[in-house]
Design a protein around this ligand. Structure first.
Ligand code: ZLV
Ligand code: CA
Ligand code: ZN
Length: 397
């Protein structure tokens, strides 16, 4: 039977290069690659590695990244170091570095870090297009804010755009869904002029008590793509703005209603799901009150559509809960149920123990940790759903 393609089956592939863990954005920076160490340890401790095909992708090449990014920007990224950086240089600032917040610092091994997480997404996309797997996972990717010539919001290279470009070589329509608490602006912008990618982002939107918008400040429900009605991309993006403190029940209802309608109307051939874990309760930067199983409900819902699915990470700033969530979601993909008692041989088990760290269990109640007041009324959510359905009428041509 040689010469025949392997049937798709139900196999899950896991794409990860542990060298990403050795990179540091700086001690006070909220983005901690160490959360990936914790995720990996949990996945291994539960024995989930035996249920998947494992790949360790090498760094991506300059040429692979230039499928989306400008060569000048890549040249800069590949050469800049903490030693040679010139903070006053106008190109440095135009590439999204420096500034007051210093969201995107220059750190040792930056190029190595970005090429590692990017190729893991490319390999994951490739395992779907070559039909080696039906679900492909890269928890180290999901850096949705990066633009073709600019770093933004902790993101330097947009691995999601690169992976979607790979999927477009085999699939006519790709749906991108983003449950990170921030708006997936970089992916939306990259595909704003095509009808072959539909982008759907759920996120916190609004200003704080001092009048500062929640990052990146875009993604209102009225933003549906380019204004020009002759643009093919018009109507192929949907933004779901959410207020502080949304709970499990409300989020699950919003997610299944709206995502279900998009899938029915757009009929995607493949789905990319960005699983940013900063939408959990108790996240250092997030504003929602979601529990792990409500976040995982979104993954389960998308899995049940039965399309080739690429799962990628994203934000998540309380590392122990990021690890719990992505391990739970790995289990959802392979159809395993995890015991609430953490495996006793788990390395770094202290990170999950103690009342403040979740009491040594897999599924602690995150509603009670740093709870945000719920500003989402049933009427407001009803209104968002109605507006979203109205926006989807563009798909009817
Ligand atoms: O999760 O917090 O709000 C994908 C992702 O979506 C800003 N940046 C910028 C614009 C002006 N502000 C700075 C405000 C800083 C508030 C304090 C931090 C402390 C240290 C370092 C960074 C932050 C920070 N930065 C918190 N929120 C921001 C955002 C960027 C959020 C990126 C989310 C990335 C991985
Ligand atoms: Ca989002
Ligand atoms: Zn985020």
């Amino acid at each position: 039977t040689y010469g025949m393609e392997k049937p798709r089956g139900y196999s899950v592939s896991f794409h990860y290069n542990p060298h990403v863990e050795y990179h540091h954005f700086g001690s006070s920076h909220p983005m901690k690659p160490w959360r990936l160490t914790l995720t990996k340890q949990l996945v291994l401790a539960y024995g989930l590695e035996f249920t998947m095909d494992l790949y360790q992708p090498p760094p991506a090449t300059f040429e692979q990244l230039s499928q989306f990014h400008d060569a000048g920007y890549l040249e800069f990224l590949s050469r800049v170091t903490p030693q040679n950086v010139e903070p006053e240089d106008p190109t440095f600032i135009s590439y999204g570095f420096g500034g007051e917040s210093n969201d995107c610092p220059v750190f040792d091994g930056l190029w190595n870090y970005v090429t590692l997480y990017s190729n893991a997404s490319l390999w994951a996309a490739n395992s779907l297009t070559s039909q080696q797997s039906s679900i492909a996972i890269n928890w180290s990717g999901g850096l949705h804010h990066a633009k073709k010539n600019m770093a933004s919001g902790f993101c330097y290279i947009n691995d999601i755009v690169l992976a979607i470009q790979q999927l477009l070589t085999r699939h006519q329509r790709v749906l991108y869904i983003d449950i990170d608490v921030h708006h997936g602006d970089g992916v939306e912008q990259a595909f704003e002029s095509t009808d072959r990618v539909f982008t759907l982002s759920y996120h916190k939107f609004g200003v704080d008590k001092n009048g500062y918008p929640f990052f990146p400040g875009t993604g209102n429900i009225t933003e549906i793509g380019p204004a020009d009605p002759s643009n093919r991309g018009k109507g192929h993006c949907l933004n779901i703005p959410i207020e502080d403190g949304i709970d499990d029940h409300q989020y699950e209802w919003l997610f299944k209603t709206i995502t279900g309608a998009v899938v029915e109307k757009y009929r995607p051939e493949a789905i990319v799901l960005q699983c940013g874990a900063d939408s959990l309760g108790g996240d250092r930067l997030g504003r929602f009150n979601l529990n792990i199983k409500a976040h995982g409900f979104c993954i389960e819902t998308v899995k049940n559509y039965g399309k080739p699915m690429l799962l990628i990470g994203g934000g998540g700033y309380t590392p122990r809960n990021v690890a719990r969530t992505w391990c739970h979601e790995t289990a959802v993909c392979v159809g395993a149920k995890l015991h609430n008692n953490l495996p006793s041989h788990l390395p770094y088990i202290q990170a999950f123990q103690g009342e403040e760290n979740g009491g040594g269990i897999m599924y602690p109640d995150l509603h009670n940790t740093k709870r945000h007041t719920n500003d989402n009324t049933q009427a407001k959510l009803q209104n968002i759903i109605a507006h979203a359905m109205e926006n989807l009428r563009y798909l009817e041509g």
